[in-house]
Design a protein around this ligand. Structure first.
Ligand code: C2E
Ligand code: CA
Ligand code: CA
Ligand code: CA
Length: 279
């Protein structure tokens, strides 16, 4: 056979060709995955730092890929964002969370606030607020049962109506959290522009909180600031009792991390949540 392959693609190296083919395949699979019901939400508890009771949960998406097994969001969210598939996927997440919240309410589980992550592209959608409102209505879920987590980068690339959109979501009762706080460039400046309900301290600060006095000082400062601004503070990525003890001392409101639980399928999460009712 003649060397047709290397001749027909002049810009791509064979390795690149392979990668883009892989991307292309994954993209097609991703398109079908919603219809085939291959996505699943895992739930990770958020606990009150003093009482250790579950007060909330973050819904985190997983893809049960037919041949590759369970894929982490890092393996497909960027592609979903590039291709715009994040918009229908994001709607699926909200639908699924609302169904779940209703089910827990119906089955007598203690009330919690469920957080979900919104991508920039989702936030930019023109009809976003209407879509959210109609999904809440469809499932008869109160806005106060959910919280939307948005990242700093989203706020930096914001469109001019971001503030209005956030206000409209808030008017539905929905809480707005700022995720990965401290990892962006101008964290403090947009605390002035918009009143968030919740700040989530990024895991990178929590990692070495027990070994770095500098990080302790930064966290202490952010917690005090949040208290003054009447925002709730959640520490993410708490893995050690030592870290928890420090965060308790500093009056951090809520804790999320492997110390209490990894994100788990809904059945496992219900066991954790059910225990709260017993205690
Ligand atoms: P995130 O929003 O910062 O979510 C927290 C991540 O930290 C989760 O990773 C969680 O499993 C992990 N984590 C929690 N506690 C600990 C801990 O104690 N130690 C360590 N090492 N990790 C911990 P996950 O589930 O892999 O999600 C990764 C990212 O994917 C999320 O980061 C979020 O940005 C994105 N993502 C997940 N689900 C969705 C979704 O439904 N929509 C969108 N747009 N993005 C999502
Ligand atoms: Ca998050
Ligand atoms: Ca985060
Ligand atoms: Ca993160």
């Amino acid at each position: 056979a003649k060397n047709s392959k290397s001749n027909s693609y002049q810009v791509f190296t064979p390795a690149m060709e392979k990668t883009s083919f892989k991307q292309f395949t994954l993209q097609n699979e991703l398109r079908k995955a919603i219809v085939n019901n291959e996505f699943e939400l895992y739930y990770q508890p958020k606990v009150n730092s003093k009482t250790r009771q579950i007060v909330g949960a973050e819904a985190l998406i997983r893809w049960n890929h037919p041949t590759k097994g369970i894929l982490s969001p890092f393996e497909f969210i960027p592609l979903a964002e590039e291709t715009g598939l994040i918009v229908p996927l994001g709607e699926w997440v909200l639908q699924t969370v609302c169904k779940q919240v209703k089910m827990w309410e119906h089955n007598g589980f203690p009330p919690i606030i469920v957080s979900l992550n919104f991508s920039a592209l989702q936030m930019l959608q023109k009809g976003l607020v209407d879509t959210v409102a109609s999904i809440l209505r469809e499932h008869q879920v109160k806005g106060t049962s959910i919280e939307i987590e948005i990242t700093e980068s989203l706020i930096l690339n914001h469109d001019s109506d971001l503030v209005e959109k956030l206000e409209a979501l808030k008017a539905l009762g929905i809480h707005i959290a700022i995720d990965d706080f401290g990892t962006g460039y101008s964290s403090l400046s947009y605390l002035r522009k918009y009143k968030f309900n919740t700040i989530k301290l990024d895991r990178s600060f929590i990692n070495d909180i027990h070994t770095s006095l500098d990080n302790q000082a930064i966290i202490q400062f952010v917690i005090q600031l949040s208290n003054q601004l009447k925002m709730k503070v959640v520490a993410e990525g708490v893995e050690l009792e030592e870290q928890l003890a420090l965060l308790q001392q500093m009056n951090c409101d809520e804790i999320q991390g492997y110390l209490f639980s990894k994100p788990t399928p809904v059945g496992e999460f219900e066991k954790l949540l059910g225990k709260r009712g017993d205690g």
